[in-house]
Design a protein around this ligand. Structure first.
Ligand code: NAD
Length: 260
């Protein structure tokens, strides 16, 4: 099992979990595509990863909710590296409100980033994977693909939806060597989570310390955050696994917060 010279497109990888996955893949000799809204940051990440090696990295500008930008980004990768072996659809944001206060525009934006993003990037990559006769598609789900929390109606709905999409791709893709799986992390300390601590504190009327210790880590087995490296290791397994034996699955990596 390895990713040497495999071309791996990772969305939302200028920072956070996506960057950590790109770092893990490059360390194994992969050629990674840092696809992000924020092109300047994506370029800086790609340069830093190429310096570390042994794999290489390129940056592409991509808003995953925009079909033209997704298709243009994938075309750029094909022009440069001729193939796409792995797609990690990871770009995501969090918006929290009680349902009765949830602005409809924010609901639509959440579904667009998480669900349209997964659909559009898969649709753009699949023809290349089918032509090659192999590929691995990975969606960044969450414990919230399996579990609900107050304030997160759009996020929980979208993350549950990714399980269905991955299972359909697993069935459609099997005959052409394409696998599809979902990673479901618990809380990881990235900017996405740092931002939620004061927001949840205000919305729930509790201290920031209680948000961390009770809301975020209260149900883990050891009160620990999951790390970017933990998630990257699971992504590596899904990406490099050699056969259809591992497809249509979801794996929770959450310090036991959620147990299947
Ligand atoms: P982050 O905010 O640190 O990074 C997200 C990246 O996605 C940023 O670089 C941002 O520019 C990019 N992005 C946002 N919208 C985009 C768009 N429309 N098109 C392209 N790029 C876009 O977040 P993170 O914590 O690393 O989260 C990454 C993924 O992991 C998300 O899907 C998130 O839901 C999921 N996740 C995170 C946690 C956690 O605790 N941090 C837990 C479970 C799942």
């Amino acid at each position: 099992m390895n990713l040497k010279n495999k071309v791996c497109l990772i969305t939302g990888s200028a920072r956070g979990i996506g960057e950590g996955i790109a770092r893990r893949f490059v360390a194994d000799g992969a050629h990674v595509v840092i696809a992000d809204l924020r092109l300047e940051d994506a370029k800086a990440t790609a340069e830093a990863l190429t310096r570390v090696g042994p794999g290489k990295a390129m940056a592409v500008a991509m808003d995953v909710t925009n079909e033209d930008q997704v298709n243009a980004g994938v075309a750029e990768v094909i022009a440069k590296w001729k193939r796409i072996d792995v797609l990690v659809s990871n770009a995501g944001v969090q918006i929290v409100h009680k349902l009765q206060d949830f602005p409809f525009a924010d609901w639509k934006r959440m579904l667009a980033i998480h669900l349209d993003g997964a659909f559009l990037t898969s649709k753009a990559c699949l023809p290349h994977m089918y032509e090659q006769g192999s590929g691995s598609i990975i969606f960044m789900g969450s414990v919230h693909s399996k579990e609900a929390s107050p304030l997160k109606s759009a996020y929980v709905t979208a993350k549950h939806g990714l399980l269905g999409l991955a299972r359909v791709i697993a069935k459609e893709g099997a005959a052409r060597g394409v696998r599809s799986n979902v990673i479901c992390p618990g809380f990881v300390k990235t900017p996405l989570v740092e931002k939620q601590i004061p927001e949840q504190s205000r919305a729930l009327g509790i201290s920031e310390e209680d948000v961390v210790n009770k809301v975020m880590l209260g149900q883990t087995v050891d009160q620990e955050f999951t790390t970017i490296e933990d998630v990257a290791e699971v992504a590596y397994t899904f990406a490099a696994f050699p056969t259809n034996a591992l497809t249509g699955q979801s794996l929770v990596v959450s310090h036991g917060w959620f147990m299947e």
